[in-house]
Design a protein around this ligand. Sequence first.
Ligand code: TA6
Length: 291
Amino acid sequence: MTLPPSITVQEMAPGYPVYEVHHPAASARIAAHGAHVMEWTPAGEKPVLYLSPQAIFEKGKPIRGGIPLCWPWFNAHPTDAEKPMHGLARIRVWTLVEASETPDNVTLHFQLGSDPETLALWPHPFQLSLKITIGQTLTLALTSHNTGETPFTLTEAIHTYFQHGGIDKVTVLGLDQIDYLDTVGPHTLRHQNGDVIIDREVDRQYASTSDATLLDPLGQRQITISKSGSQTTVVWNPWIEKSTRLADLPDEAYLHFLCIETANASPATVTVPPGQQHTITATYRVSPLAG
Ligand code: TA6
């Protein structure tokens, strides 16, 4: 397949291609492994995504940071703890099937199909498609196509790591008065009053279908997260103890990122009948904060 002028590809390691986008509207890097958007920087902006300097780039291992795709289950497998955390999509090499560009943006279309290895992990034939549109905004559209004979039920997340100017000053708008499942310690249903602040380990599944905004006063910007096909917004920061426990994350990393994830996480699940498909989308837009 011929790549448009704004896209080049480098092998980060044998069989580990990374696509680099250098377009007037934005730059980005996407690994074929996990169809993983690792970097996105709109023209005139600072990088938007956090990518761990200790990230591991090996087949079968998830990349820490950027936008991991959690599919066809979110978090641990519901019945088999031996199966990979957050499913199989982020640890498989996807295929770039189409790439194009306009004066405003670049679009890359990756696909992942079921095979004996995936069927051993999850007994359903599927075709996964990720369309990434990169420009002054970033859009990911993840489509699950049921190519089998029976319905399948999944949970999923576009698990985005946003970098910012300081965890003690960021707030998340758009979740006020929303119920959430607090999964730090015993899972507890709680209710959000006001904006979300991060002053401890936060790992919450908000029952929200609406947009959210990350206010980053020290970074002097805000990031709006618009979504469709998603019943859950997950907010996660590992805080101090978990940051030190994660080998692919610097100890102080918790100070510099916040995950705001566009998801369908239990109790919200998605059932796709045979032959049908379901799409979840997330769009990110950066704008300056009034000084
Ligand atoms: O973002 C929610 C979450 O499920 C957290 O519980 C934490 O485990 C995070 O995902 C990262 O998971 P990972 O498998 O990438 O370390």
